[in-house]
Design a binder for this molecule. Structure first.
Ligand code: 5GP
Length: 202
């Protein structure tokens, strides 16, 4: 019997998986991802680009690559985005440079993006697995958005209007996790991701 022994430095035989985590603003996607990411092997979170103003606690190149509109336009023109959207008064986009090389090296990549972006990724990369984080109810979402104190009241209304469309789209997703408690939802998200890595709903 012969065994295939990969030589050192050789590319792994499998490509990583693209894990798209979506759901309305304020639902707690970021919190759940922060809980789950350290539990997953060979998995990385892609950093998006945005034109939205930096919040107090944020740093350039940490939560996002914060760009001017012109810088964003140049990246669009150069074809650097896998997807990009206008969301409220700002723009957001997934950079191919954050995704492709990692997948090629066999690393799984998580994208934390809104609905239009998730749809665009699915069209472009049908092998992506889509996870939807849902709030227990819309009232809970309003409370969270108001409680975090990072958006203006007008922004909160825009985000809640968009949330209604997002909630109606759940059927398009491979896995749905209700964020009723962070500990429980994080466990379920981890299980769903592990299931998808084993070939589950993809
Ligand atoms: P926030 O301003 O609260 O950081 O993000 C607003 C929304 O944009 C969130 O729902 C977030 O998931 C989404 N988002 C962040 N990065 C991207 C991206 O690269 N593409 C898309 N389509 N949405 C993104």
């Amino acid at each position: 019997m012969t065994f295939f022994v990969p030589e050192q430095g050789e590319a792994p035989q499998h490509r990583g998986k693209l894990l798209v985590i979506s759901g309305p603003s304020g639902v707690g996607k970021g919190t759940l991802i922060n809980e789950v990411l350290p539990r997953l092997k060979d998995t990385t979170l892609a950093r998006s680009a945005t034109t939205r103003p930096m919040r107090d606690h944020e740093q350039q190149g940490c939560e996002y690559y914060f760009l001017t509109d012109d810088e964003f336009d140049r990246k669009v023109a150069a074809g650097e985005f896998i997807e990009h959207v206008r969301y409220g008064s700002s723009r957001y986009g997934t950079l191919a440079s954050e995704v492709e090389a990692n997948l090629d090296k066999g690393r799984n990549v998580i994208l934390e993006i809104e609905l239009e972006g998730a749809r665009a990724v699915r069209r472009r990369l049908p092998e992506a697995v889509l996870f939807f984080i849902a709030p227990p109810n819309i009232g809970d979402l309003r409370k969270r958005l108001e409680g975090r104190d990072t958006e203006t009241p007008a922004d909160i209304e825009t985000r809640l209007r968009r949330a209604e469309e997002e909630l109606a789209s759940q059927g398009e997703f491979d896995y749905i996790v209700v964020n009723d408690s962070v500990a429980r939802a994080a466990d379920e998200l981890e299980e769903s991701i592990l299931d998808s890595l084993e070939g589950g709903a993809s």
